[in-house]
Design a protein around this ligand. Structure first.
Ligand code: 2P0
Length: 355
């Protein structure tokens, strides 16, 4: 009978409130600054990955959303799989050293794998897929290989696939500690608060454009590192203070501070993009209008009741507490009646509404 081992996992998308932008080492994916994100609900924005290993498979193969891709064409995929295999090989060696009978040791590290990965959201919607994709791949490899490493340890493996993926290894509120080493040993994700910590917090995703971005994050951030003067100021003097203030705001469920830092950090990230030469512009007029609407909403409420943030594209993510989110969502749909939004009833649990 054919021997097959199989693991299936689901990993969610995360949206940064302190942005990662810039690498100090492109091969190991070591960032220039720490970052912090909120992991969204697994139910509606996530990647589900199944991996099978068998001694009968002749080569590693991968299907993304039903279409076969060439693994060897992606250095990052090869790196992630090779790193996980080395951890499995170390585990098999330890079993041998511990005197486990050879027939009881499954040499999974030597078998080829078949990977099947699917997003439950349209890739064309311009929402991050590399974060959930690599987090799902590495979590599935960890489960398949029964690796004893902690989630933070495995986040280092996800990081070599895509930087932001290391944060999707955890739910809730997640910091990626930049670290200082040259080998990446101290550059990994940690959970700063779990998903039940702030049940009132909601995320609203406003799909402004479904077009693929013109400049990839990977290419854009390196041009920023090489050309922006503002960037050095951000890395040295701004982000470290913001990381500390943001972690405190989350611990205290202080939405006003959380919101202000979130908006300021998004604005500074996009300012740094504009300070890049040639400049990079991810937000468009609709994105900027949404930011103005959020500020008008906050002015009307006399407090920071909602916060916007934008990644490397024009789509907006709004954070607000439940009581305010309904009104904000109504205001946005009034201003943009034909817009496309996804409202997470709470960002960690069951219901999502599409409307
Ligand atoms: C973030 N972004 O913190 C920031 C904000 C985009 C803007 O992480 O080269 O796709 O694979 O490490 O992870 C996008 O960067 O880049 C990103 P690589 P990645 O979420």
């Amino acid at each position: 009978m054919t021997k097959i081992y199989e693991a299936t996992v689901t990993a969610p998308v995360n949206i940064a409130v302190i942005k990662y932008w810039g690498k100090r080492d492109s091969a190991l994916i070591l960032p220039t600054n720490s970052s912090l994100s909120v992991t969204l609900s697994q139910d509606h924005l996530s990647t589900r990955t199944t991996i099978r290993a068998s001694p009968e498979f002749s080569t590693d193969r991968l299907w993304l959303n039903g279409i076969e891709e060439d693994i060897s064409a992606s250095k990052r995929l090869v790196n992630s799989i090779t790193t996980a295999r080395k951890l499995r090989a170390a585990l098999e060696k330890k079993q041998r050293d511990d005197g486990v009978a050879s027939e009881d040791i499954v040499l999974l590290s030597e078998w080829s794998i078949h990977v099947c990965s699917e997003n439950n959201f349209p890739t064309a919607a311009g929402l991050a897929s590399s974060a959930s994709g690599y987090a799902a791949l590495v979590s599935a490899l960890g489960a398949l290989f029964q690796l004893p490493q902690s989630t933070s340890d495995l986040s280092r493996v996800a990081r070599v696939g895509s930087g932001s993926a290391c944060r999707s290894m955890f739910g809730g509120f997640v910091a990626w500690r930049a670290g200082e080493s040259n080998d990446g040993s101290d550059s990994f994700a940690v959970q700063v608060a779990d998903r039940h910590h702030w049940p009132d917090l909601q995320a609203l995703i406003l799909i402004v454009s479904e077009k693929k971005k013109t400049i990839s994050s990977t290419a854009g951030m390196q041009t920023t590192v090489e050309t922006s003067d503002l960037f050095a100021e951000r890395v040295r003097n701004v982000v470290p203070k913001r990381m500390a203030a943001m972690e405190k705001a989350i611990a205290e469920r202080d939405f006003g501070t959380f919101a202000e830092i979130t908006m300021r950090d998004s604005n500074q990230f996009h300012a740094v993009c504009l300070d890049t030469y040639p400049p990079i512009s991810y937000m468009n007029d609709v994105s900027r209008s949404i930011a103005s609407i959020v500020h008008a909403f906050n002015t009307a409420r006399g407090r920071a009741a909602a916060a916007y943030t934008y990644d490397a594209g024009p789509n907006a993510v709004i954070y607000a507490l439940k009581d305010d989110m309904r009104d904000l969502a109504e205001l946005v749909t009034y201003c943009f009646p034909r817009g496309s939004t996804i409202l997470s009833e709470d960002f960690y649990a069951d219901p999502f509404n599409m409307f």
